[in-house]
Write a protein that binds this ligand. Structure first.
Ligand SMILES: Nc1ncnc2c1ncn2[C@@H]1O[C@H](COP(=O)(O)OP(=O)(O)OP(=O)(O)O)[C@@H](O)[C@H]1O
Ligand SMILES: [Mg+2]
Length: 275
């Protein structure tokens, strides 16, 4: 198999075990350059530039309405920018000829609402993409579903109906479904919205364990600062003027930037674990 084809097939090729073989997975780097987007006279994204490394867990935090979801929707090409560029794995995703070239990576997004099908079981939700694309035979699909559920701590829960699940479990099913395609890049929009603090902590551990086991690049948008500081390699803070600061959790905590300080104190009344 040629190198490029192998890369596209990673995790699903016949000469490897598609269930547990993540060798072909590779986090992909992402570069955002001077991205601008307005909706009529509402200039939502202002000159956003970010460099996210392959394999990194990167969070974008900021107050409501600052364009975090809009930014994610650009990365998954649900929205096109007014100006600026996004490169994933070195490829300009908005280039005119981009659809003519095969992509060497896969991405998948976990939506804020989870967007699960209530009339389907847990296993059917996770297997939806695999069955639709007929990537491999049914017996393998069932093994893949079992493996993805294991990764999110829901082993053996295939038969449960979505309506029987707690909020935290639904979120994990949504993650397992996103993992079904062996993404190289996974994006989460407000993963802790509607979750209590204990469930949020559990979810943080699930996302951190995924990073250990898979090599994917993770981008999270959230206004949950403690969550982002706990699990991220780096955090970017965004406000209506654009990116305010980018740094490791320790750098963000120690930031002297008044906008960052204000966000920390208004949203969390201080950082968890600090007096
Ligand atoms: N399709 C659209 N058409 C017009 N305006 C939009 C559209 N999508 C988003 N907006 C506007 O863009 C701004 C940013 O929205 P966005 O949903 O990205 O905010 P956010 O930072 O994700 O907020 P939250 O933390 O509440 O989720 C808002 O003013 C919103 O009304
Ligand atoms: Mg949002």
């Amino acid at each position: 198999m040629s190198g490029f084809f192998k890369k596209l097939m990673h995790g699903f090729s016949q000469d490897s075990d598609p269930v547990t073989n993540y060798e072909g997975s590779k986090g992909v780097g992402l570069r955002i350059e001077n991205l601008n987007k307005s909706f009529e006279d509402n200039h939502v994204l202002r000159d956003i530039s970010l460099d996210i490394q392959a394999g990194e867990t990167f969070s974008i935090i900021g107050p409501s309405g600052t364009g975090k979801s809009v930014l994610l929707k650009h990365i998954v090409k649900l929205i096109t920018p007014d100006s600026g560029k996004i490169y994933i794995d070195g490829q300009d995703i908005f280039a005119e000829d981009v659809d003519k070239k095969p992509k060497g990576y896969r991405y998948s997004m976990v939506f804020q609402t989870s967007a699960l099908f209530n009339s389907l079981s847990v296993g059917e939700n996770v297997g939806l993409w695999l069955r639709e694309k007929r990537v491999c035979p049914e017996n393998r699909i069932r093994r893949i579903i079992r493996e993805k559920l294991r990764l999110v701590g829901l082993e053996g829960k295939e038969e449960l109906m979505i309506s029987e699940l707690s909020g935290g479990m639904k979120k994990r099913v949504a993650i397992a479904r996103s993992l079904a395609m062996n993404p190289d890049l996974i994006l989460y929009d407000e993963p802790t919205a509607e979750l209590d603090p204990v469930t949020s902590d559990e979810l943080a551990r699930v996302i951190m364990d995924l990073k250990k086991e898979l090599q994917l690049t993770t981008i999270i948008v959230s206004h949950d600062l403690n969550f982002a500081l706990y699990l991220s390699d780096r955090v970017a803070m965004i406000d209506p003027e654009g990116i305010v600061e980018v740094g490791t959790p320790d750098q963000i905590k120690a930031s002297e930037n008044p906008v960052v300080r204000k966000f920390i104190y208004t949203t969390t009344k201080g950082i968890k674990g600090e007096d």
